[in-house]
Design a protein around this ligand. Sequence first.
Ligand code: GLP
Length: 260
Amino acid sequence: MEVIIAPSAGEASAQAARITASLIRRKPRAVLGLPTGTTPLVFYDELVAMHTRGEIDFSEVTTFNVDEYAGLPPDHPQSYAAFMRDHLFSRVNIAHWRAHMPNGMSPDIAKHCEAYELAILESGGIDLQLLGLGADGHIGFNEPSSSLGSRTRLKTLTEQTIRDNARFFASPEEVPRHVITMGVGTILDARRCLVLAFGAQKAAAVAAMVEGPVTASCPASALQMHPSCALFMDEAAAAQLQRADYYRWVYANKPDWQRA
Ligand code: GLP
C-alpha cells in the first residue's frame, strides 16, 4: 500500500483529483468507482474545476457508486443519488445513463445487487475506485465483520455509523438501518484503489487499515492485499501510525515516475 501523508486535506484531495483526471485523459472511457461522505467533497470540487477549465471530459466516463441507503428514493435529499447529483453529476458532462447508483428502492434487492455486479463486469471493470474510510474501518458500507470476499449486497449499519451519519438527518431515528454496498471483494477487484482519510476521528481506523492485521474487524485492512492501493491522509489522520516517519521517507525518496 502506498501511504501518503499530505500537508493538508486540500492538498491530498487535489492530488487525488489530478490522478483521476490523468486517468480520464489517458482513457476517456475510464470506469470510476465513487464514494460519498464529507471526505470527497473537495476532491469533487477539484474535478469540477478541472472540467470547467476544459481539462477533463466526462462524456465517455462510466461511474459506479459504492453504496446507497436502502429505502431512500433518489430524490430524497440525504440519498447518495442526490449527493452525487449535487456534488458531481450536475456539474460535469457525464452521461446520466453511465452514472450508476445502487437503487435503494429496488423491490428485489438481491436481484438488483447481482445486476449491479454484472453491470460493473460488463463495463470492463473499475479502473479506479475512490474510497473514504469509516471511523470503524468500513469501506463503502462494509461494516466490521463483513466478509472480505463479499459482493454487492444489503447490509445493516452499526449503531456507530448511524450516529456518525445522523448529522445529515433531522434525528438518528431517520437514518436508514439498511444500505446497499459493493462488497469488499467487489472493491478489491478494481484495478487501482485510492482512499482518502482526513481528521483525528479517522486516525485509529487509518492505523488499523495500514498497520493492523488483515481482518474482517477492519474491512479497510483488506486493501493490504490489493496490488495497487494508495491512501492519502492529512497529518491528523496519520497521528496513530507507528511508522509515519518511514512513510514520509519513502515518499520523499520516490523516483518521480513511481509517485501516486
Ligand atoms: C459513510 C459512507 C462511506 C464513507 C464513510 C466516511 O458512511 N458510506 O462511503 O466513505 O462513511 O464518511 P465521511 O467521509 O463523511 O467521514
